[in-house]
Design a protein around this ligand. Structure first.
Ligand code: F6R
Length: 261
C-alpha cells in the first residue's frame, strides 16, 4: 500500500484529487467509483476546481456510487442518489445519465444488485474507486465479517454505523437499518483504490487496515491485497500507525515519475 500522510484534511483532498485526475488522464475511457459521507468531500471540491479551471472534463465519464440506503425515498435529501447529485454530479459537471447509484428502492433488491454489477462491468470496470472508512473498518457498507469475495447485495448496517450516520438525520430512528452496497470483491476489482481518512476517530480503523492482519473483522484490511492501493491521511488519522516515519520518508523520496501531486 502507498501511504501518504498530509498536514491537514484539505491537503488530503488535494492529493487524492490529483490521483483521480491522473488516472482519468491515463485511461482512454475512465470510470469513477464514488463514495458518499464526509471523507471524500474535499476530493470533490478539488476536482470541481479543476473542472472549473478547464483542466479536467468529466462530462463523458461514467461513475458508480458504492452504496445506497434501502427503505429511504430516492428524493430524500440524505439518500445517496441525492447526495451524489448534490456533491458530485452537479459541481463536477457530470452527465446525470452516466452517474449511477444502486437502486435501494427497488422491489426486487437482489435483481437490482445483479443489474448494478452488470452495469459496472459493461462500462469497463472501475478505474479508480474512492473510499472512506467507517470507524469499525467498513468500506462501502461492508460491515465487519463481510466476505472478502462479496458482490453487490443487501446488508444490515451495524449499530456503530447507524450511530455515526445519525448526524445526517434528525434522529437515530430515521437512520435506515439496511443498505445496498458493492461487495468487497466488487471493490477489489477496481484498477486503483484510493482510501482517504481524516480525524482521530479514524486512527484505529486506519492502523488495523494498513498494519493489522488481513481479517474480515476489519473489512478494509483486504486492500492490503490490492495491487494499486493508495491511502491518503491527515496527521490525526495517521496517528495510530507504527511506521509513520517510514511512510513519510518513502513519499519524500518518490521518483518524480511516480508522483501525482
Ligand atoms: C459511503 C461509504 C462509507 C463511508 C464511511 C465513512 O458511501 O461507503 O463506507 O465512506 O462510512 O463515512 P464518513 O466519510 O462520513 O466518515
Amino acid at each position: 500500500m502507498e501511504v501518504i500522510i498530509c498536514p491537514d484534511a484539505d491537503e488530503v483532498g488535494r492529493v487524492a484529487a490529483a490521483k483521480v485526475a491522473r488516472v482519468c488522464a491515463d485511461e482512454e475511457r475512465p470510470v469513477l467509483g464514488l463514495a458518499t459521507g464526509s471523507s471524500p468531500l474535499a476530493i470533490y471540491a478539488h476536482l470541481a476546481a479543476k473542472v472549473e479551471a478547464g483542466e479536467l472534463d468529466l462530462s463523458a465519464v461514467d461513475a458508480f456510487a458504492l452504496d445506497e440506503y434501502v427503505g429511504l425515498d430516492r428524493n430524500h435529501p440524505e439518500s445517496y442518489a441525492s447526495v451524489i447529485a448534490r456533491t458530485v454530479t452537479e459541481p463536477l459537471r457530470m452527465d446525470p445519465a452516466r452517474v449511477h447509484v444502486p437502486d435501494g428502492a427497488a422491489e426486487d433488491v437482489e435483481a437490482a444488485a445483479e443489474a448494478y454489477e452488470r452495469a459496472i462491468s459493461e462500462a469497463g470496470g472501475v478505474s479508480v474507486q474512492i473510499l472512506g472508512i467507517g470507524t469499525n473498518g467498513h468500506i462501502g457498507f461492508n460491515e465487519p465479517t463481510s466476505s472478502f469475495s462479496s458482490r453487490t447485495r443487501i446488508k444490515t448496517l451495524a449499530e456503530r454505523t447507524r450511530l455515526d450516520n445519525q448526524r445526517f438525520f434528525s434522529s437515530l430512528e430515521e437512520v435506515p437499518t439496511h443498505c445496498l452496497t458493492q461487495g468487497l470483491g466488487t471493490i477489489m476489482d477496481a484498477r486503483h483504490v484510493l482510501l482517504v481518512a481524516q480525524g482521530a476517530a479514524k486512527a484505529d480503523a486506519v492502523a488495523a487496515t494498513v498494519e493489522g492482519p488481513v481479517s474480515a473483522v476489519c473489512p478494509a484490511s483486504i486492500l492490503q491485497h490490492h495491487r494499486r492501493a493508495t491511502v491518503v491521511l491527515d496527521e490525526a488519522a495517521a496517528s495510530g500507525l507504527r511506521l509513520r516515519g517510514y511512510y513519510q520518508h518513502v513519499y519524500a523520496h518518490k521518483p518524480g515519475w511516480q508522483r501525482f501531486a
